[in-house]
Design a protein around this ligand. Structure first.
Ligand code: ADP
Ligand code: ZN
Length: 214
């Protein structure tokens, strides 16, 4: 099974993807996480991506596609895409790539959340610098302030979760990613979930939509 998660930055794709990929034994493909990993390792790709990401702009399609093909070329498990595709050009490139491998997209899950909600969530999001677990200082704080419950490492605000950058990411989503809703409504098994619920409820709803028993 191959699944695409769509929705605003802050709609809960990453949290849902971590849950679903465990339950369904799929590969969680977060292009944002992969790009941050390339940046941390200071690879040429990471270096090129840095200025786009810090400013809340999209990394060029070509870089993203090359990166994914290099990482996933030999993967045989199902793919759960989180944060990809983000442009119609990426969706078309994915279709072509899957066609060449005899694979298909089994479902596209749109996490529907109001813009005002994602703005608030992104501003209060904290990410573990050790294991990547996502917290929210308002709705889902760690037991001990600023420290990860799982691995004990410090939490940080992502560079692009700073207020100035959040506004640009929302606009980039509207301009470049939202057209994918129409693209996939027309071409794929398009499912929609209410992303305003708690993480557990969202996971349960999506498993129900996918007709998988939790
Ligand atoms: P969010 O969905 O919360 O914005 P991500 O971690 O998915 O967070 O993405 C962070 C940044 O990484 C984006 O703002 C963009 O610069 C870059 N990025 C991630 N995925 C893609 C992609 N598929 N195409 C282009 N840029 C991407
Ligand atoms: Zn951690």
């Amino acid at each position: 099974m191959n699944i695409i998660l769509l929705g605003y930055p802050g709609s809960g794709k990453g949290t849902l993807a971590k849950d679903l990929s465990k339950t369904l034994d799929m590969v969680h493909v977060s292009t944002g996480d992969i790009l941050r990993d390339e940046m941390a390792k200071k690879t040429p790709l990471g270096t090129e991506a840095t200025s786009y990401m810090a400013g809340g702009r999209l990394v060029p399609d070509r870089l993203v596609m090359d990166m994914l093909k290099a990482r996933l070329g030999t993967e045989s498990r199902g793919l759960l895409f989180d944060g990809f595709p983000r442009t119609v050009a990426q969706a078309e490139a994915l279709d072509a790539w899957f066609a060449s491998r005899g694979q298909e997209i089994d479902a596209v899950v749109f996490l529907n959340v109001a813009e005002s909600v994602v703005m608030a969530r992104l501003g209060s999001r904290r990410t573990c610098t050790g294991c990547g677990k996502i917290y929210n200082v308002v709705s889902n704080p760690p037991a001990k302030e600023g420290v990860c419950d799982v691995c004990g490492k410090p939490l940080a605000t992502r560079e692009d979760d700073k207020v100035e950058v959040i506004t640009r990411r929302i606009q980039v989503y509207k301009d470049q990613t939202e057209p994918l809703l129409a693209y996939y409504r027309a071409s794929a098994n398009f499912l929609e979930a209410d992303g305003g619920k708690t993480p557990d409820a969202v996971t349960r709803d999506v498993l129900g939509l996918l007709r998988v028993k939790p």
